[in-house]
Design a protein around this ligand. Structure first.
Ligand code: FUB
Length: 364
C-alpha cells in the first residue's frame, strides 16, 4: 500500500498570513536568493499564499498564473479537500529578479457557471491577441473538469465559458504553444486529481481511496493526457490520448516506479528542437523530466529537474526569458503547512548533452 498521506501537513505553522484581503494592485520586491537562508530562493509573494505557478512571457513581460491557496473550514483528507481554493490572481514581473505586481482577482468560483469548488492549478495561453485562462474545478458531482475563461489582456478580467471543455477531466491543465502555431493541452493528476478513475477517456470509478483504480505496480503507469486545441482555443480538436513515458530500455515506466512515474503537474518546454516533459512524481516529491521529438511522445525519462521542496506537493513551470531559462515552483516556507504555499523562481540550466542540471531547493 502506498503512503496515503498526500496533502497532509508536514511542518508546524511558523507564520499565519491573512489570505482574505483582495488587493487591487500591489507591488512587492522579489528576492531571488538570500545567502543567509537555507532556501535557494525566497518567496515572491508574501501577502497571499500562492502555488502551482505557470509562468509565460507575453509581449516581453513575465506573467504568472498561480493557484491562490487559502485556509478554509474544509477538513483535511487524503484527496486534498482542504486545497479549497476559490479564485485566481495574476502576477507580472519585468524580469525574474525584478519587482512583482499583483493584478488582483481575475476569476472566482462564483464566476464559473459549472464549477462548485476547488480551483486548482491553472495555466494560460495567448493566441491572436486573446488570452485564455485554463483551470480545473470540481463540478456539482465533485468530478474535476477543465474550464477556460477568455480575456483581452494577460491580466484579465477573464470571462468563463458556460460549460467545461468537452471531454476534459482530472486536473493540472498546461497549454503548450508549439513553434508551428499548434497548441496542445496536457492534463491529469492521480489520487485527488482523479486520473486513475479514467481509462481511454471513460469514467470508470473503482473506489474512493486515492489509489483505487491505479494499475498494478508491475503494469505501465498512467501518463498525462494530451489533446490538440481547436482553432478558437475553447475545445479539444481531437480525442485526448495518453502520453507514454519510457525508461532507458524503451519500456513503459511502471506504476510501482514511484521515483520516476508521472503523478501530476505536466509541463512542456522546447529546447534546441527537443520536447521536454517535466512533471511531479507526487508521493516521492520530485520534478522529473523526460524528452521526446514531438509533442505526443513517447518521452524517455532523463532525470530530476527539482529535488523535493519543503511541503508535500511539488509543482513548477519552466520558461525562457531573454535567452535564459527559469523554473517557477513553490514550497511552504512561509506557513509550514502543505496547503498554504508560496511561489519562488530560480535559474534552470540545460547542459550540453541535453540534460538539465538538478536543482536543490534546500541548500543545507
Ligand atoms: O494546488 C492543488 C494541487 O496540488 C495541484 O493541482 C497539484 O498539482 C498540487 O500542486
Amino acid at each position: 500500500m502506498q503512503n496515503l498521506m498526500k496533502y497532509s501537513p508536514i511542518f508546524c505553522t511558523l507564520l499565519v498570513l491573512s489570505s482574505c484581503s483582495q488587493p487591487t494592485e500591489t507591488v512587492k520586491e522579489a528576492k531571488v536568493a538570500d545567502i543567509t537562508s537555507k532556501y535557494l530562493a525566497e518567496p515572491l509573494i508574501t501577502d497571499h499564499y500562492t502555488a502551482d505557478p505557470s509562468a509565460h512571457v507575453f509581449d516581453g513581460k513575465i506573467y504568472i498564473y498561480p493557484s491562490h491557496d487559502v485556509e478554509s473550514d474544509v477538513a483535511e483528507d487524503d484527496l486534498g479537500a482542504h486545497f479549497n481554493m476559490m479564485d485566481y490572481h495574476v502576477y507580472s514581473m519585468d524580469s525574474p529578479s525584478g519587482t512583482i505586481t499583483d493584478h488582483g482577482k481575475v476569476l472566482g468560483v462564483d464566476d464559473i457557471p459549472w464549477a462548485k469548488r476547488q480551483l486548482w492549478a491553472p495555466d494560460a495561453a495567448e493566441k491572436d491577441g486573446k488570452y485564455y485562462l485554463y483551470f480545473p474545478a470540481k463540478d456539482e458531482k465533485d468530478i474535476f473538469k477543465i474550464g477556460v475563461a477568455v480575456g483581452d489582456s494577460p491580466t484579465g478580467p477573464f470571462t468563463a465559458q458556460p460549460e467545461p471543455i468537452k471531454g476534459s477531466y482530472s486536473i493540472d491543465p498546461s497549454v503548450f504553444a508549439d513553434s508551428d502555431g499548434s497548441y496542445y493541452m496536457y492534463f491529469g493528476g492521480i489520487w485527488g486529481g482523479q486520473l486513475q478513475k479514467y481509462r481511454n477517456n471513460k469514467f470508470d470509478d473503482k473506489g474512493a481511496a486515492p489509489t483505487d483504480g491505479l494499475p498494478a505496480d508491475d503494469q505501465p503507469a498512467l501518463g498525462p493526457i494530451i489533446a490538440k486545441m481547436s482553432g478558437d482555443m475553447l475545445q479539444f480538436a481531437e480525442t485526448p490520448k495518453r502520453v507514454k513515458i519510457l525508461d532507458e530500455n524503451g519500456k513503459d515506466l511502471l506504476n510501482g516506479d514511484n521515483d520516476r512515474r508521472f503523478f501530476e503537474a505536466a509541463w512542456i518546454h522546447k529546447y534546441n528542437g527537443t520536447y521536454y516533459l517535466s512533471y511531479s512524481t507526487g508521493d516521492t516529491h520530485f520534478i522529473a523530466y523526460a524528452t521526446g521529438d514531438n509533442p505526443y511522445g513517447p518521452f524517455t525519462y532523463r532525470g530530476v529537474v527539482l529535488n523535493p521542496v519543503e511541503g508535500w506537493t511539488n509543482h513548477h513551470s519552466i520558461v525562457e526569458v531573454d535567452g535564459n531559462w527559469f523554473i517557477y515552483y513553490h514550497d511552504t516556507e512561509l506557513s509550514g503547512k502543505t496547503h498554504l504555499r508560496n511561489i519562488k523562481v530560480t535559474p534552470l540550466k540545460h547542459l550540453e548533452n541535453g540534460s538539465i542540471e538538478t536543482i536543490n531547493p534546500i541548500t543545507e
